[in-house]
Design a protein around this ligand. Sequence first.
Ligand code: MG
Length: 271
Amino acid sequence: MTRKIGLPLGLFGTGILIGALFLHAAAPQRPPWLSGVEWPVPKAIDPGGLGKPPSDAIVLFDGKDLSAWEGAEKWKIEDGVAICGSSITTKQAFGDCQLHVEWASPVEVKGTGQQRGNSGIFFMGYYEIQILDSYENETYVDGMVASIYKQRPPFVNASRKPGEWQTFDIIFKAPRFDEKGKLREHARVTVLHNGVVVQHNFELLGRTNYRVPPYYEAHPDKLPLSIQYHGSPVRFRNIWIRELEDDHEELLTPLRNKLREIDWAFQPYNG
Ligand code: MG
């Protein structure tokens, strides 16, 4: 229900308003705050139409061939759709990236649990985001669809029915190691399943393994991406990736340090 609020603004009210405006104008104002950071101008890209990759994406499958991949001899391509027949690996190596994948588990439901429409996206060959037909299909929850395999389940189960097309949009940050191979920064991942955030900036515990606990072992900054074959003819289409090369964090570091020194208790808001 909406409520109308009457505001009688007579001569007296107008006078107060003008007075307030005058006082406000007369008060000393701080100049607008400027960060002082000299940011490069962000590159303009074409974001693409619905279902189309952005102009700066590297297309990994556009319905025609799997030439961007190694080991795809057992895959079939039918009507612009690639059908999984083996594990495949990109020819190109990637580090920090944004990945878009459309996939569909088989229409004919076979098996239960981990046997039903199992595949997976392995970032850098070591860190798996699970693909599984999790529509009314029980399994261990840290192995269901969109889980970080054996590390954390998704926030919700955003699955569509078997055979329906589903999307993954994944933002992956590669782990960082120092020169001696010691872990400096964990890998991080955010996952949108069918447009729903199901993992948010999750700090990976290490490599996603089935039989051994997660662990980190130093590896190059960039490594190929893999799609898993787990005996199920999962279908794929419209796969693209964008490299997230440089977040220019170093430009912000001096400002971050400076802001840490300010005693905010004595800094009244003056917007
Ligand atoms: Mg899997």
